[in-house]
Design a protein around this ligand. Sequence first.
Ligand SMILES: [Zn+2]
Length: 291
Amino acid sequence: MSWFKREEVEYERGLAPGNGSDAAEKTVRTEGLWVKCLGCRQTIWKADLEANLNICTKCQHHFKLNARQRIEMLLEPGYELVDGGLRSTDPLNFVDVKPYKQRLRKAQETTGLNDAIINAVGLLGPHEVVLSVMEYRFIGGSMGAVVGETIARAVDRARLERKPLIVVAASGGARMMEGVVSLMQMAKISTALAQLDDARVPYICVLTDPTTGGVTASFAMLGDLNIAEPGALIGFAGPRVIEQTIRQKLPEGFQRSEFLLEKGFLDAVVPRNEMKNYLIRALEFLKAPAE
Ligand SMILES: [Zn+2]
């Protein structure tokens, strides 16, 4: 008897658009010319959406971007991808409704990545930066040993080369198929970030929809600046779990960027089309020598 049962669709949402009621929000469909916007329910031409950084042209709803699109959006051409060689060893030999190895294989085929993360080094405007971007389509952007180690390497690289670190978070949290190994990544990355802080190298975290669980509980909230895209779901436990625990209805907009900004958890909510300029200005400010 297994000790939990979970509908398969929950894991696969990010991978298989069209099999859940809100799948269109999770990923932009790769086939068909039209997309229905989850924000305003209007039908938008896919080419318009793509030309507008996946922001709805009618209501400004931010659709997801994949990791490669995100890097293209932020860095100048000529950036270099680094730290890409790691693969999960499936340390627990984990099987739920299907073997973890099978999930990994499928996610690797769908995304062309080894795991839910890409590190890059390049220019953000005039600034040389280390950029680490999570890929939500890879098992919900969950953080196992590979994601943890790859981010830790980005942090170490930023410290040793004295380049500011930008992390773009998009994650359902720890990867439960790696059990305690995935939870250890929180401490590992946080330790590396403390060293980066001691070395006085700037770190900015960009939180995108969704950033939850162990990622929020570690590096996503440890930036010198923590900024988010509009309307992003950001939290530790999900709203349904909290409602059931405290037996209260949660306020409107709970765990969305704007609500968190108002409550002091974020430093800014920045629309995607202003993100790059915002980061350039923030780095100018953070890199200015102390008087
Ligand atoms: Zn819309």
